[in-house]
Structure formats: structure tokens, C-alpha cells
Design a protein around this ligand. Sequence first.
Ligand SMILES: *Cc1c(COP(=O)(O)O)cnc(C)c1O
Length: 396
Amino acid sequence: MPVPFHRHELAAEDAAAVAKVLATPFLTSGRVGAAVEERIAEFLDLPHALLVNSWTNGAVATLLALGIGPGDEVIVPAMTFIATANVVALVGATPVFVDVDPETLMMTAEGLEAALSERTRAAIPVHLYGQMAPMRELAAIAARHDIHLIEDAAHCFEGSRDGVRPGALSDVAIFSFYATKNVTCGEGGAVVTRNRDLAERIRQTRLHGMSAGAADRFRGGRYRHWDMVRLGTKANLPDLLAALLPAQIERVEERRRKREALARRYREALAGFAPDLVLPTWVEGVRHAHHLFPVHVAPHRRDGLLARLTESGIGATVNYRALPRTRYWRAFLGEERADHEFPVATAWGEGTLSLPLYPSLREDEQDEVIEKLARLLLEDGGGADDADPATASSAG
Ligand SMILES: *Cc1c(COP(=O)(O)O)cnc(C)c1O
């Protein structure tokens, strides 16, 4: 029985929401999106939410609104999706990579503090795989050193840590509604913030830096002229896509619980394979959004395992590699630094693979994944003596 890596659950009812937008004269960002923004703000108990057409463009709009550019440094974890660092370079600023915690693979307070310089303007902690970074500690450092904190919450719309949710302690939190994310409209995202002035600036930078978007120009039945007040990009989400979001926001906790139950099942079934197979630690006090279920094996076994899982119909993939080890960022840092300064991220990236995890994954499908993986691990014959020291201690 083949088991796909991911299965979305958008269906005929969702097509009806899009059809409703098609029946109006207005296809771009208008009333539907504005209502969704209110719903997202209410869900997170924050005053401002702005829809964007991707996490990436939302982050560029945010960095522009914060005035971050050439000469500025932004601290990013070495273990994340490439977009987290790319947006920094796209606005002309310099990403400063920090290695991550060996148990959670996320930015730590110590890592952030050690990377600070005169030029640091911001840090972008990532709530990796759906678990939240230590926001209380990171926010305390950010406040002490007067830098901005931008949460990469692409994996964590519905999670929390010690009662803290995305956007509660930072300047902004940015979500992705990309096709495989927990909440999706194919391509999209949202920026949330407590800061009204910043929200107004991002409202401009997400739409060319204009003072009034198309929908606002006719507000109140009167035409309002627009001006360009700052440099912006094109990051607004059209109503055609925004219409897909409300139904999922209503079900987001129900869907999270299903993923959590599946994640626990994986965890129990795979516990016997430690230390050959290592899982990230789940931190106490975290309501985990369970976006992905990554595991780690000795690097020399990973690609063979991935190939044989794929051959047997199991959709497994690699999320993510250490950014300093990608060709582009390695050239930027120089081989010496890229290959030696980020041992935890590097070891994790070379041995990790992600298993299928989504609300519609049935238990019999999951059993198939577990059985195939277990058989391959046994056939492959242990290999504990080759386990990587940088991550072997993180079995949990
Ligand atoms: C998916 C993802 C992004 C980028 O999201 P887009 O909406 O595709 O731009 C950024 N950061 C992380 C951690 C992601 O997983």
C-alpha cells in the first residue's frame, strides 16, 4: 500500500468559497481578506493581522517596514528552510547563522547572545517542525539589546509554549499558508503584530509602498488619491485564495490533535530503535503544532533508507539541510566556516528524513510506514558505532 508524504484536505465546499469570490467584481485583496485578517487576529488574540501571498514576501515586507537593509545583520538559525535566510539577503542585509540546540534543533538564548554585534538589527527564531522556540528567553535578550524579533512561525500557527503563542512576545510573527503547511490556501501567509505603527507600515510595504490599496481608494464611495510613501514589494494575498482559509482556521485544533495522536504513535513504535534512530526532544510546556515528523539516522545510512522507502511506496523526504552547507551559503561563508562552525545543524541535516504526518493519515497507513522503516533499519544492521556524536545524545 503506497502512503503519500502529504495529502491536502481541500474539497468541494472550498471550491464554493472561491466561486463566491468569482461572483463578485473584485478578485484581488478586498473584503474577504479583511474578514480573514480579523479572524486570524481574534484566533491569536492580537490586534493586527495582515494577509500576504507567501511567508517569504511577508518577511521581505516586514524587513522593509523595519528599515533593515545594507550594513545590518540579522541572526538566523543554521537549521531551517532556506527562505528564513534568503529574505535577509533579499533586502541587502547580512544573515548571521547560529548553530542550534542539539535536542530541539532550534535557536537558543546562548546562541543568540553570542552572535550579537554592533550591527545586529534583528533575529529570526524558527518554530521548527511545529514546536516553539524559547520565546521568553529570546525576547528578554532582544529587549536588553534593542533588536527586533521576527518569529518564523511557518510551522506553528496553532502552537504555544508555556502559554505563549506566536506574536505575543515579538515584533512580528509570520505564518506560511503554503500547500503543505498546517493551514493552507496553496500559496499564502500572514504577518501578525502587537504594534499598530508597524502594522501600518507593513500594510504599505506589502503593496508597493502605496498609501492606499485598490480597495481603500474607493472607500466611502469617494476616490482617494494614493502616494508612494516608502519602498515596498508586492505581497498582498488575493481574496480568491483568502476565501480558502476560514474553514481551516475553525478546524485547526481538531486537525492538530489528530497529528499529535499520530506523532505519539510514531514515537512509541520507534522508541526501540534508539540510538540508531533519534527524534527531536519535545519540550515540556509546549503545545506542539506537529507540522512534520522528522527522524535522524547515521548520515551514511540516510540516503539509502530514503531511496528504499521511496521504492516501497512510502513518501519520505528531507526537511531541512543546514543552510551553511547549501552551495550558495557555503560560498558566502567560505568552506572553512561553513563546514566547521555549525556541527549540530550539519549533523542533523545530513541524517534527517521526514515521515508522512497529516490529519487524514490512517492508522493502517501509518503502520505500513512504521513496518517498512523498521524492516529497513533491521536489515541495514544497526550501525550504532557509526552514530554521529553530535546528535547521538539527543535521543528522547
Ligand atoms: C515554508 C517555510 C517558509 C516559506 O514559506 P512560503 O510561504 O513558501 O514563502 C519559511 N520558513 C519555514 C521554516 C518554512 O517551512
